[in-house]
Design a protein around this ligand. Structure first.
Ligand code: CUA
Length: 351
């Protein structure tokens, strides 16, 4: 559209210019307000890895934009010049001058492309460098369509399993061991790092570090089936003290039911087919094919970022999760309204 307006330059009027300016403003404004800054953004880096990618991106954008503008300016100049002097080719020495100009342009192009290639290779090298300091290690396993998150610790009793929300301490290197349970997924939290594939039978290592607290949304970035788009996660970066608090709370088994209604809810859970897929530590439910629910109520979302974690959404999800996320592996459940109410109250008490 802007190009069309530009090429129609002979008949350009003040009106065209105003339209062009408004259009450019709209595009820049949309970029600014929709995708480029905020909760999930590659140009709003929150740590050293994303900063490297962001610097490379800006370098390429600025260099390529400058080249584009120069080429366009030379093209327009040539068109106008040829228009004014129709017999340029007949002048003596024109061919030599053209050869020199084109050779120079080719040389500059090659130099610029090599420069970008080197910048890209150096960024790739820096991204894959391994940190020397002691690090927190988290295993992330992709499932159709959720994220299993396990914190490693030399003491087995201090390892921790959760799902879809990854808490990390700020200012510290966090090593991620990425693999998949079924098909290829891709881990992408753009504020912290680039994309990395999760491949079945293979462990990929990347490290991230968040320099400021925040909740950074991430998304599966490799098509992995019907609900690929509903495979999000959150990285919650918080101060080392708050992280340690969170970790100690998560290590505890689930709270015992505080009253008769919650106790009934727990019985509904333990006597239904919920236990065939889920774990609630501190109870007899110990299956591992679905997300660990020990501290379900401490998480902000359900179904890998698909729904807010509220009693209404949780109830709807338990009754028939196929409505919100068709094709997912959780079957519908027939429960009486009383049993459902108790079950949801029990699950929402698992802080
Ligand atoms: Cu997992 Cu796309």
């Amino acid at each position: 559209m802007p190009l069309l307006l530009l090429t129609g330059s002979a008949r350009r009027t003040a009106k065209n210019w105003r339209a062009l300016r408004a259009y450019a403003g709209l595009v820049v404004g949309l970029l600014f307000f929709t995708g480029c800054r905020g909760v999930q953004s590659a140009v709003d880096p929150a740590g050293p890895q994303a900063l490297r990618i962001s610097k490379l991106w800006w370098t390429m954008l600025i260099v390529c934009s400058a080249v584009f503008i120069i080429v366009l300016a030379v093209l327009l100049y040539s068109v106008f010049r040829a228009h004014r002097r129709n017999r340029v080719a007949d002048e003596p020495g024109t061919e030599q001058r053209l050869t020199r100009t084109i050779s120079g342009a080719v040389l500059v192009t090659v130099v610029i492309l090599f420069g970008l290639l080197i910048a890209s290779a150096l960024t790739g090298r820096a991204l894959s460098s391994q940190p020397e300091q002691d690090v927190l290690t988290i295993e992330v396993v992709g499932h159709q369509w959720w994220w299993e998150v396990q914190y490693d610790d030399p003491l087995p009793v201090r390892t921790l399993k959760t799902a879809n929300e990854i808490h990390i301490p700020t200012g510290q290197v966090v090593m991620l061991k990425l693999t998949s349970h079924d098909v290829i997924h891709s881990f992408w939290a753009p504020n912290l790092h680039g994309k990395k594939d999760l491949i079945p039978g293979h462990v990929a290592l990347i490290w991230i570090q968040a320099d400021r607290p925040g909740v950074y949304r991430g998304q599966c970035a490799e098509f992995c089936g019907a609900q690929h788009a509903h495979m999000a996660f959150l990285v919650v970066a918080e101060s080392p003290e708050r992280f340690a608090d969170w970790y100690e709370k998560q290590l505890k088994p689930a709270a015992s039911p505080a009253d008769a209604a919650l106790s009934h809810g727990q019985q509904v859970f333990l006597t239904s087919r919920c236990v065939m897929c889920h774990t609630i530590r501190g109870t007899t439910a110990a299956a591992i094919s679905g997300p660990d629910l020990t501290h379900l109520a401490s998480r902000g979302t359900l179904a890998a970022g698909t729904l807010p974690n509220t009693p209404d959404h949780l109830g709807g999800w338990v009754v028939n999760s196929q409505v919100a996320k068709p094709g997912n592996h959780m079957p519908p459940n027939e429960l009486s309204p009383e049993d459902l109410q108790s079950l949801v109250s029990y699950l929402e008490s698992l802080h």
